[in-house]
Design a protein around this ligand. Structure first.
Ligand SMILES: C[S@@+](CC[C@H](N)C(=O)[O-])C[C@H]1O[C@@H](n2cnc3c(N)ncnc32)[C@H](O)[C@@H]1O
Length: 309
């Protein structure tokens, strides 16, 4: 392997690498991944480290997509024919000081990621909208677009809450008939499970399935002085639902940007295998701890199932 791997940890059911994912994924064998799920860095919204390999360390959205394209192409190559990848993204705001015209508004980051995938050969398969609370968003971002003061004095300045999206793509290719289907036993997955997973909007509260934006792994442990901005961990239940719908037990899930390991943690707890890459040393170290913990819990759960059979 010629990719620089700064550290690695091989467990019984997972492999974690501290490296640049673009270099690493390029060297992975073809058709070795059953499913991938991850949040890419949101263009330049967060810079996780000073490293020039950090994909968030870019000057523009165009530069981000140009770098991301290399990974998206390799993700297609390493994915088994007929199988899927899911990205967790949102649209991004821009402000007057970053705009030539001095205007402010929204950048279609989600659409740009979709175009990058389609150009690389992926088939656009599905988009799930994740409901997010605008009050929490206002408290977190203090965004001008969400202030009641503006609503009262000039509502043309106001926008609304920004949802998140899970966008799913499929590798449509020769040989897909040879890949085992993803099967769901009706005893364990009755019709209402399917009707729930098939919802186009996953709600935070209310009518349909409740997603919980606070159900995340604790990131505080991994923060260090060099962290310029904070990591935003992937909510655990989103991965759990996707892994349940799109993989069979024992299959391999890949996250090229695993951060502190959320996608892997859920995959292992639910009896899947996991491969993850992460550039930032402190996040990688925390991921290895969480993945080890999930591997042990997953193995215990398996023992209980076997004992009950
Ligand atoms: C949105 S965060 C992922 C968070 C993760 N889903 C979690 O729950 O912890 C994106 C991650 O990509 C990492 N990253 C950025 N550029 C990278 C690269 N070239 N190779 C590997 N990881 C990279 C960042 O350090 C950051 O941890």
């Amino acid at each position: 392997m010629t990719a620089n791997v700064f550290a690695s940890h091989i467990g019984n059911r997972f492999a974690a690498y501290n490296c640049d994912t673009v270099e690493f994924t390029r060297e992975m064998p073809e058709d070795c991944v059953d499913f991938s799920v991850y949040s890419p860095p949101f263009s330049s919204l967060y810079i996780y480290s000073e490293s020039e390999r950090d994909m968030g360390n870019v000057g523009s959205d165009e530069e981000f997509q140009a770098n991301y394209r290399h990974l998206v192409k390799e993700m297609l190559r390493v994915t088994k024919p007929g199988r899927l990848t899911a990205i967790h993204v949102k649209d991004l705001v821009f402000y007057s000081n970053a705009s030539e015209r001095g205007d402010r508004g929204i950048r279609d980051f989600t659409g740009e990621c979709i175009r990058t995938h389609v150009e690389a050969g992926w088939t656009y398969h599905r988009r799930i909208t994740i409901d997010r609370c605008p009050v929490r968003e206002m408290q977190k971002t203090k965004s001008d677009r969400l202030l009641y003061k503006n609503f009262r004095t000039d509502a043309a300045r106001t926008g609304g809450g920004l949802p998140e999206y899970l966008v799913v793509f499929r590798k449509w290719a020769e040989g897909m008939d040879g890949v085992p289907p993803v099967l769901h036993d009706p005893e364990q997955h009755p019709l209402d499970t399917w009707q729930d997973l098939a919802q186009p909007i996953w709600m935070t509260s209310g009518v349909w399935y409740d997603t919980d934006e606070t159900d995340v792994l604790n990131v505080r442990v991994a923060r260090d002085a060099e962290a310029e901005k904070h990591l935003c961990p992937m909510p655990l239940d989103l991965t759990e639902r996707l892994v349940r719908q799109y993989t069979n037990p024992d299959e391999t899930v890949y996250s090229p940007f695993m951060g502190i390991g959320s996608e892997g943690y859920q995959s292992l707890l639910h009896g899947r295998r996991f491969i993850g890459t992460e550039l930032k040393g402190s996040y990688y170290a925390q991921a290895v701890k969480y993945l080890g913990e999930a591997e042990r819990q997953g193995a215990r759960a398996d023992l209980f199932v076997q004992a009950a059979e």
